[in-house]
Design a protein around this ligand. Structure first.
Ligand code: XMP
Length: 527
């Protein structure tokens, strides 16, 4: 493992990602981590960049014990300044101007191990800089390994210890051969093996789950048909067979034929022990008269928990009487690494914390109310790794690449009150939109797409008749992290085709519009 200590840079998680892409396992922890508290010994440590100045009071500093671990250390930007500051506080000063953007790096030949970071790279390369402070002097015992026009000490290395510093960011794709540099550090210098693959993860995780759950333990989990819950469920199935109980609640606001399809995928194709609860009428009845978005979300989230708990009791009774006998002690949760990182990142004294979509409060309720222990097998994985794991588990490509779908479903894609009529319209329009996107081969270029219903009515002419119908809003976005997003640039012909089909095939609609709003200021969902 390479341990990445986070000083709050927006790029920190990219370091972890790049290393994992090299099949080297890497974990990120806050820069304030107490080294004595680690339950593993890293093979190398990377100190990330950060928005602070090392010499300012209150700035974060790394546990001095890092240096006593005797493993290679790489400081990036703030991380390098931290190393220099430790040698002598006078080594770091504010630069006369900020350096942001591309810079040309010139590597210098220095004998000995200090060259190893740049092994196999050209002497000159384009790198990405983003810093205000800089080194005033070369720290004692270090050599300059590379310079740039504005940074005399663009890369430094200690003469005898494996300590390195880079003023630029090798983790961002704008830095040429940045990944090679990280590979030189992790593999060449730290001696990490490149054996972190999803097949290997699957093997160890399966065993870990068996160890935690034991010979008799049983696990309960909610599935939605989405990538995360499906992959987590299949993993549990592989680990403990039918001692994993999956529950799918039909909340009446799922997509066209979705419930049937998910049931088929999970039971027939993946062999998961699944119970489907059709509560659609209860949800649709309860949604009558509610038009406030937050109230809709609250109602759906709350009702979902009630129904899930009711079902859990039934399953618990069934489990106790089955040949698998034993109490249900665990609750499966498909938490991913970005959520874990979000709660572990170093935020500093003044940083604002992003608000999160609470997944309806179910895990907390199950843990507190029912005393179930959470089991989170995906918590060390990024989304693309979950997809890879899904493939390793034999889940179909179509399911593995599915766009996300919100818990409150179509209810947040119908502006205002949800009625069965509008749900039906949204479903049909959405189905046409997604079908045409797939036909045009665009599905995997788009991060999320759907059709929403605006219940204001517009006038149209169809045949010789004047009609008065709902407005369909098409939305398709491209995003990496779902925190910011851009509208997808459709080929005009595809939008035309979708418009034509919706108008002709979905009764009650007379206009189709495409939402070009980015996020921010918009959100991905309508409500
Ligand atoms: P917004 O609309 O906030 O959405 O830009 C960002 C991402 O989160 C999904 N989303 C939800 N997911 N429960 C969920 O499980 C929710 O209440 C919820 N609201 C939004 C949305 O689909 C998008 O992927």
């Amino acid at each position: 493992t390479v341990l990445v200590l986070d000083f709050g840079s927006q790029y920190t998680h990219l370091i972890t990602r790049r290393l994992r892409e090299l099949n080297v396992f890497s974990e990120m922890l806050p820069c304030t981590t107490n080294i004595a508290d680690l339950d593993f010994t890293p093979k190398g440590i990377i100190l990330s960049g950060g928005p602070y100045s090392v010499y300012e009071e209150g700035s974060p500093h790394v546990d001095p014990a890092v240096l006593d671990l005797n493993v290679p250390i790489l400081g990036i930007c703030y991380g390098m300044q931290e190393i220099a500051y430790r040698v002598n506080p006078e080594n770091v000063i504010a630069g006369t101007h900020r350096e942001y953007g591309h810079a040309n790096l010139k590597a210098q030949t220095v004998n000995g191990h200090v060259d190893r970071l740049f092994q196999g790279l050209e002497d000159s390369m384009r790198v990405w800089m983003s810093h205000g402070d800089k080194l005033a002097n070369l720290p004692e015992g270090f050599h300059t390994v590379a310079t740039s026009d504005n940074s005399e000490y663009a890369a430094i290395a200690h003469g005898s210890k494996h300590i390195y510093g880079l003023q630029f960011h090798p983790e961002v794709t704008h830095t040429e051969n940045g990944t090679k540099l990280l590979e030189n550090f992790a593999v060449g210098i730290c001696g990490c093996q490149q054996n972190w693959t999803m097949a290997a993860f699957l093997e160890t995780e399966r065993k870990r789950i068996r160890d935690i759950v034991g010979e008799k333990g049983q696990v309960l989990g909610a599935v939605s048909g989405g990538v995360d819950s499906t992959v987590a469920a299949k993993l549990m199935k592989e680990a403990i067979g039918d001692r994993f109980w999956a529950v799918l609640v039909n909340n009446g606001v799922m997509r066209l034929n979705e419930c049937e399809q998910v049931k088929k995928d999970l039971t027939e194709n993946l062999g998961i022990n699944l119970t489907v609860v059709d509560a659609s009428q209860v949800f649709l009845d309860g949604l009558k008269g509610i038009s406030d978005p937050e109230k809709k979300r609250k109602f759906i989230g709350g009702k979902f928990i009630d129904i899930f708990e009711e079902e859990a009791l039934k399953i618990e009774a069934a489990a106790a009487n089955s040949d698998r006998a034993g109490k249900i002690q665990f609750f499966l949760q498909g938490t991913l690494y970005p959520d874990v990182i979000e709660s572990l990142s170093f935020k500093g004294p003044s940083a604002t914390i992003k608000t999160h979509h609470n997944v309806g409060g179910l895990p907390e309720r199950m843990a507190n109310g029912s005393g179930l222990r959470l089991i989170e097998p995906l918590r060390s994985l990024y989304k693309d790794e979950v997809r890879e794991l899904g493939r390793a588990l034999g889940i179909s490509e179509e399911l593995v690449m599915r766009h996300p779908f919100p818990g409150p479903g179509i209810a947040v894609r119908i502006l205002g009150e949800v009625t069965p009529e509008k749900v039906e319209i949204a479903r049909r329009a959405d189905n046409i939109f997604i079908t045409e996107i797939r036909k045009a081969g665009l599905y995997n270029q788009i991060s999320q797409a759907y059709a929403a219903v605006d219940p204001s009515r517009a006038v149209g002419v169809m045949g010789d008749k004047r009609v008065y119908g709902y407005i369909i809003i098409l939305r398709a976005v491209v995003t990496i992290d779902y925190m910011t997003a851009e509208a997808f640039e459709f080929p005009w012909a595809v939008l035309q085709k979708v418009m034509n089909r919706i108008i002709n095939e979905v009764d009650g609609v007379c206009r189709v519009t495409y939402d070009v709003t980015s996020k921010p200021p918009g959100t991905i969902e309508m409500e």
